[in-house]
Design a protein around this ligand. Structure first.
Ligand SMILES: [Zn+2]
Length: 125
């Protein structure tokens, strides 16, 4: 990749020109791919959230004493994966000022979900 300012030849993956320090990051292709991956992750998270809650409702309706059956482990497993959803949503925020507090809140939610599920394993439902 040639620098747009001084035309020095640089490595293709270089972020700055080795001669003049001009940014070589075009910010289009990489950024678009990254945004698309985040959009897909957020979409999958929400679809997962919907599907698992739907399944949980079905289990609670049709299986008596579901909390004594192996389904409680299913429930625990889905709860733990839920902890990742706020983190993925927080990571998809573009504004830096909002992203950091969102990641902190998401981390606290994840800790709370982990705590609740560990508590559940120890004390029972
Ligand atoms: Zn240059």
């Amino acid at each position: 990749m040639n620098c747009s300012k001084c035309f020095t030849e640089n490595e293709n993956d270089a972020l700055f020109c080795k001669n003049c320090g001009t940014s070589l990051y075009t910010g289009t292709t990489n950024h678009k791919t990254k945004n698309k991956i985040m959009d897909i992750l957020v979409f999958i998270s929400i679809a997962y959230w919907f599907a698992m809650d739907f399944l949980n409702v079905i289990i609670r309706i049709f299986i008596d004493n579901w909390y004594d059956s192996p389904f409680k482990y299913f429930q625990m497993g889905t709860n733990l994966i839920y902890a990742a959803i706020p983190i993925i949503i927080a990571l998809s925020i573009k504004s830096k000022g909002l992203k950091i507090p969102a990641i902190i809140f998401a981390g606290l939610i994840a800790c709370y979900i982990f705590y609740n599920n560990i508590d559940w394993v120890i004390k029972g439902y």
